[in-house]
Design a protein around this ligand. Sequence first.
Ligand SMILES: Cc1cc2nc3c(=O)[nH]c(=O)nc-3n(C[C@H](O)[C@H](O)[C@H](O)COP(=O)(O)O)c2cc1C
Ligand code: SF4
Length: 325
Amino acid sequence: MPSPKKDRRAVFLPDAAGERGPGFTGREIQDLGKAFARASLIAKAAGFDAVELHGAHGYLLAAFLSPFSNTRDDAYGGSFEGRFRFVQEVYEGVRNAVGPSYPILFRLSGREYLEGGRQMEETLRIARRLEEIGFDALDVSAGITMDAEAFTWLAPPASFPQGAFLGDAAEIKRAVGIPVIGVGKIRDPRFAEKALAEGQADFVALGRALIADPEWPNKALAGRTREIRRCISCNRCWSILYRLPIRCAINARAGRERALPMSPSLRRQRVAVVGGGPAGWKRRGWRRKEATRSPSSRKKNTWADNCGWRLFLRGSRISRASWHI
Ligand SMILES: Cc1cc2nc3c(=O)[nH]c(=O)nc-3n(C[C@H](O)[C@H](O)[C@H](O)COP(=O)(O)O)c2cc1C
Ligand code: SF4
């Protein structure tokens, strides 16, 4: 039997036994439940307005729920009730710890996108049960970490449409009465407003949009949507998976905010911007029209006419239409 430490998947799996490694004992399951309660209490004491239990992406609670990963044949596996048991116990422990009026949210994958994984039909049953036992809101993501293709759904890449999981959120919202949060490649405030107005979700959540531009919400609120630096869904920021510092392809300050503070210069300076690609444009604050007005571009057919040319070529490809550069 392979060592569970060497099998990366075993970290998340509640199996009773088998090639995936030994499963948790009943005692370990109880200890884990207590750890959720303790952590939630710490979050409340630290001033957070709510806690969200992570039941998506194949993490512990999700691993118990999923028919793919939960192959136990004891009280914590097998039937729907068995696979749900751990979530129910964790909820009860957390609720006892944080009190009756403190919001507890649950994040779940609408679909796991994996053979043998959970489909929407069972997700709807889980959603109803989560509401019934007392959860205050559901946060609908997608995918599972135990398979490379299913993993893609966690942070949908450039080829996926905007609002990639909103359809799932809408389906779950129709099944429950508690608020539903939609997430997944939401880039444009107008798109987000439309999704809310159409009732696809009660809230939208942003992930990478905020890494690319932490001012996204303020700019949206002030109607300065054209100024938003939009995430291009390249997933450079997944560097954190390899325990590397977070970096963003279009926000040089991401993960280095202290090292690269933004403050106005104390004296006026002349700065030469070398290069007419996206970085050069951004630094200068030019748009193509303005660039042609710069002193260096008065003659026809000069550098400015070709400024960012490769970018326009690439942007013209259909598959990259959603890059929003
Ligand atoms: C760098 C990075 C780290 C993430 N870490 C987590 C995480 O720890 N837990 C989680 O539930 N989702 C995590 N996600 C997924 C996001 O919460 C979000 O659901 C996903 O990125 C899709 O939304 P977005 O298109 O707005 O980024 C992460 C995503 C990225 C890009
Ligand atoms: S690196 Fe930046 S632009 Fe690329 S996906 Fe992450 S947040 Fe978006």
